[in-house]
Design a protein around this ligand. Structure first.
Ligand code: BES
Ligand code: ZN
Length: 877
């Protein structure tokens, strides 16, 4: 139920906690209907708090209070006050520490929001970040209260043979009535959002890791019985992560035990609870025949991410939730670099930038735009955004670019040394980087407080007499009152023969490329000793999260696509070419002109196809056209039909003209592999499958057979899914039978069935909307499972631009129906689904009106959660 006026929390209102909790002893008598929690808090007045005799205000929601006592004396009802969100005690001891004992009950089974203690299938588990601990017991639920936890779990031996919590197992025993108990102690102080418990019938796979100081760590992954054969990749990923953090940041794991539990009902991807990570099954389970190469890569990345939080998040945590990017931005940056080191640096960077530009740039240009350190929120769960995560990681990356790789290590060393065991701010992080390097980041700090993507306009002039080239950069952001940002821009220059020109500035040769630091609104940089006009390769490696506006002809781009030594900019040149061509065709579509393929683009593709490539994954990226949602971002008014038509036209033309090359490549790399997860095999599958998708564009019997054969004989999920996806997006008559046989083959593997839903939800086929409606009624569809909801409703609304934005508004109405249904079950997941409607201003008037109608409907729905209310109301503002 929503308050008439949900409360907004402001960063500027931060004050230190009035009380601290040194230790807590938690006792759980676990039961799915009613769990009993007995908590003993050792409290004391915070010496830093200057208020005299402040009331003790604990957070607690949806709890049934049984009893409350201070230092052994029970409080009566006049001594405390309770409301929906807090329990206040006006008078507590001030001079010395005291014990507050609280007993309360909760109902895990009724908890469909999946926050606090809940039931997933038959196991009990917790999710406490950001503010879920208050749904377990009364506490000072804020990250700057760091406490030592001791936890005892009591439960039925048959239903819950495995009982887990943070830290080390210290004791266990048997009780009467077929019950048993286990005690856990976590020696590290932590905020309560890192608390976790898990109870259930779990199987475990075990391994060990020897740290750099020769300590042996026991590693355990807990899953349901039928999934034990899908854990080896996750285990390997964990060991890789542990080694990487030692080698890259000199950070060693601190407990003797590291546990991961996979649960099938989870709002997010995974959670870094101290010593006991809880993961969505999607980011643990993999077997070559059930998971694709991209699943394997994501699993490694997410395992790494949660592991890296042990230093960047757990040992050093956030002072308040406005500082979320302190841990998330930095940790995303760390997991990006980890994945880059395990796979292909070039490919990883391109994929991260693609995500940033299609999704984060859209967020930053829309009504929910906010800085990576937001200034206010209604519901903190709404701020686990692409901006806080992905742009936050870019900001950390820019710091590294500015201070250099060694400087960055010095900065992180100082940060860990200074703040270990503390709850700190983004500013503390930047200060450590500054102090370790004697580098001024004062102006750079604006990146933390300014929202929106800056635009860089670039002009360039060459002076033959002086042999200089001048580049002028002008930065602007959506509001003119904003301070200019400090932007690192990596630049290289190319000679007309394709070789790199040495970069001279102020008569000094630097290297093949340099970092220029833009600090003014407008600033020029002069490059010297250039005998001819160079071709400029700007913003190499996407060195800053900006929109670059620079006139470049197709010829110039084709030149960069052939010669740029920077792998990112080389790919980018090809994308810019395709983009220019497709945007031209979009206009032709809108003006009802006949479409014609641009010969320069065709030529560029031919060139790419002719060259030998070592990194086949990179090669396949060079062959990929920009996605429909990226193209949408380049238009003033998004025209989903024209985008689809124009892009398909180009794909078709390429398929027709380059058919023999695609066929040859397909044959060359189509091996009947069982799905080894190594770079070579992944690259072969990737290139082969992109060729297949071009060939399927031709809709010929021969190519239908090709896809069908691959589908039928595939021994790994990458190949099976790629073939099925081609079939689903074509008119191949085998479509219904393939979908049915896939379902029958995999109906007992929930994660594979998610893929089956997604594939159909994302199809460009004409009948997709009806298919989605039908799938909602399918016996395997479940509103209470977030993965299932994301696989159908989420995929359709966020990844099927063409059909979701159907002119009659049926997609919008469908989404609002689903959000309303979900709102009362799971507000967090419901709220995330609203994002597809927030971009309404980017569409034509008719669609705008239809989308607004649905947003208004949401905010006027009775009992709308504050999660959905915040996103929907801000979308309309
Ligand atoms: N701390 C988050 C998980 C989280 C966020 C739980 C918000 C509850 C509320 C975790 O470290 C995280 O960031 N997970 C990501 C995946 C990661 C690889 C970016 C997620 O769950 O999406
Ligand atoms: Zn995280």
């Amino acid at each position: 139920m929503r308050d008439a006026n949900p409360q907004t929390i402001y960063l500027k209102d931060y004050t230190v906690p009035e009380y601290l909790i040194e230790n807590v002893e938690l006792n759980f008598i676990l039961d799915e209907q009613e769990t009993r929690v007995v908590s003993k808090l050792s409290l004391k007045k915070n010496p830093q708090c200057k208020i005299a005799n402040p009331a003790l205000v604990l957070q607690g929601e949806e709890l049934d209070l049984v009893s409350i006592a201070i230092d052994g004396t029970a409080l009566d009802k006049t001594q405390y006050q309770q409301n929906k969100e807090t329990l206040s005690i006006a008078h507590v001891p001030q001079e010395q520490a005291f014990i507050l004992a609280i007993e309360n009950t909760i109902s895990p089974k009724a908890n469909t929001a999946l926050e606090g203690l809940y039931l997933s299938s038959t196991m009990l588990c917790t999710q406490c970040e950001a503010q879920g601990f208050r749904k377990i017991t009364y506490f000072l639920d804020r990250p700057d209260v760091m406490t030592r936890f001791k936890t005892t779990l009591i439960a039925d031996k048959d239903k819950y043979p495995v009982l887990l919590s943070n830290g080390n197992k210290v004791a266990e025993g048997e009780l009467k009535n077929n019950r048993h108990w286990v005690s856990w102690e976590d020696p590290f102080k932590k905020p309560c959002y890192l608390f976790a418990l898990v109870a259930g019938q779990l199987e475990c796979i075990e391994d060990s890791f020897t740290t750099m100081s020769n300590r042996e760590i026991c590693l355990q992954i807990f899953v349901e019985k039928h999934d034990v054969d899908k854990c080896s990749h996750a285990m390997q990923s964990l060991k890789n992560s542990m080694r990487w953090d030692e080698e890259t940041y000199d950070r060693e794991y601190d407990l003797d035990l590291y546990m991961i539990v996979a649960v099938s009902h989870f709002n997010m991807g995974a959670m870094e609870n101290k010593g006991l990570n809880v993961f969505n099954t999607k980011f643990v389970l993999a077997r070559p025949d059930t998971a694709t190469d991209s699943d394997y890569e994501h699993i490694e990345g997410v395992i790494g991410h949660e592991y890296f939080h042990n230093w960047t998040g757990n040992r050093i945590t956030c002072r308040d939730w406005f500082q979320l990017s302190l841990k998330e931005g930095f940790t995303v940056f760390r997991d990006q670099e980890f994945t880059a080191d395990q796979t292909s640096k070039a490919v990883k960077r391109i994929e991260d930038v693609k995500l940033l530009r299609t999704r984060q740039f859209a967020e930053d240009a829309g009504p929910l735009s906010h800085p990576i350190r937001p200034e206010s929120y209604i519901e903190i769960n709404n701020f686990y955004t692409l901006t806080v995560y992905e742009k936050g990681a870019e900001v950390v990356r820019m710091i590294r670019t500015l201070v250099g790789e060694n400087g960055f290590r010095k900065g992180s060393d100082l940060y860990f040394q200074r703040h270990d065991g503390q709850a700190v701010t983004c500013d503390d992080f930047v200060s450590a980087m500054e102090d370790a390097n004697d580098f001024d980041l004062r102006q750079f700090r604006h990146w933390y407080s300014q929202s929106g993507t800056p635009t860089l306009e670039v002009t360039q002039s060459y002076n033959q007499d002086k042999q200089t080239c001048k580049i002028t950069l002008k930065q602007s952001s959506k509001s003119t009152t904003e301070e200019p940002l400090h932007i690192p821009i990596k630049v290289g220059l190319l000679n007309s023969d394709g070789s790199s020109a040495a970069v001279y500035t102020a008569n000094e040769e630097t290297a093949d490329e340099i970092i220029i630091e833009l600090k003014e609104k407008e600033q020029s940089f002069i490059f010297e000793q250039l005998e001819e006009k160079p071709v400029v390769s700007l913003l190499r490696g996407f060195s800053a999260p900006v929109i670059l506006k620079m006139e470049q002809s197709l010829e110039e781009l084709a030149f960069l696509l052939s010669h740029d030594t920077d792998t990112f900019n080389r790919w980018e040149a090809g994308q810019k070419m395709s983009c220019q061509v497709i945007l031209g065709l979009i206009e032709d579509c809108q003006k009802k002109r006949t479409l014609q393929m641009n010969p320069l683009l065709l030529e560029a593709y031919k060139n790419v196809l002719q060259q030998p490539w070592d990194d086949l994954s990179y090669f396949s990226l060079l062959l990929s056209l920009p996605e429909e949602n990226y193209l949408a971002g380049q238009m003033d008014v998004i025209d989903v039909d024209a985008i689809h038509t124009a892009r398909e036209f180009v794909k078709q033309a390429l398929a027709e003209q380059l058919q023999s090359q695609f066929q040859a490549l397909y044959q060359q790399f189509h091996k009947d592999e069982s799905g080894q997860f190594d770079a070579g095999a992944i690259g072969r599958r990737r290139i082969k499958n992109i060729c297949l998708s071009y060939l399927m564009q031709l809709e010929t019997e021969q190519n239908y057979q090709l896809a069908k054969a691959q589908f039928n004989t595939a021994k790994n999920m990458t190949d099976q899914m790629a073939a099925l996806s081609c079939i689903v997006n074509s008119n191949n008559p085998a479509k219904p039978s393939c979908l049915e046989s896939f379902y029958q083959q995999w109906k007992n593997e929930a994660l594979v069935i998610d893929k089956w839903f997604t594939l159909q939800a994302c199809s460009s086929a004409k009948d997709t909307f009806d298919t989605v409606q039908t799938l909602l009624q399918h016996s395997a569809f479940e509103l209470s499972n977030p993965n299932r909801v994301r696989s159908l409703t989420g995929a359709f609304s966020q990844s099927n631009q063409l059909h979701f934005h159907a002119a009659n508004g049926q997609g919008y109405q469908f989404l609002a129906d689903q959000i309303i249904a979900l709102n009362s079950l799971n507000p967090q997941v419901a709220s995330r689904m609203v994002s597809a409607l927030t971009q309404w201003k980017r569409f034509d008037n008719a669609r705008q009106a239809l989308m607004k109608t649905q947003l208004e409907r949401l905010i006027n729905t009775a009992d709308i959660s504050k999660d959905v209310f915040e996103v929907a109301s801000k979308s309309l503002a």
